[in-house]
Design a protein around this ligand. Structure first.
Ligand SMILES: [Cu+2]
Length: 153
């Protein structure tokens, strides 16, 4: 068993923090955690990058303080074309990211939970281009179950 700092060291030692070493790429859940920023109107914003030769999203886990609308800027600084298939309430959003390009996507994630996304082209997913958007907070009143108040942590 390893603790978090040991995990980082071990991933580096085994060559699992870069592509094309001991495995084809990054293992699921490897990478940085970032927080979305929030405007005074409650609208959120974040930038997610694909850095050159890393084949992962940076941050790979993006945290939203609560459900709502988020404007994402996606930047591809890699030497290959990638894309992003993103979750959004009622639909999904798809954006092509040719090398050294950037694009914008607006998502509505209205409930708390984990939302997974990836670059589904080629073998991008298998090599590490998978990420998560984590929405914190409570379910909106209209989505709550009709049951007695539950204990809160
Ligand atoms: Cu807020």
């Amino acid at each position: 068993m390893t603790t978090a700092p040991e995990r980082t060291d071990l991933l580096k030692e085994l060559g699992l923090d870069v592509q094309n070493h001991a495995t084809l790429g990054r293992v699921l859940g490897t990478g940085k955690i970032g927080r979305a920023s929030e405007g005074s109107d409650g609208r959120m914003q974040a930038t997610i990058r694909i850095n050159e030769d890393e084949l992962m999203w940076d941050p790979s886990i993006l945290v939203m303080p609560h459900g709502g609308d988020i404007d994402l800027e996606l930047v591809n600084d890699d030497k290959n074309t990638h894309c992003a298939l993103l979750p959004s309430n009622g639909d999904r959003k798809f954006i092509w990211l040719v090398n050294h390009s950037r694009g914008r996507a607006t998502l509505n994630l209205d409930g708390p939970g984990y939302y997974w996304y990836s670059s589904p082209t080629g073998n991008d997913e298998g090599r590490g281009l998978t990420g998560a958007i984590v929405v914190l907070g409570d379910a909106p009143p209209e989505a709550r179950l009709d049951r007695p108040d539950q204990p809160q942590p």
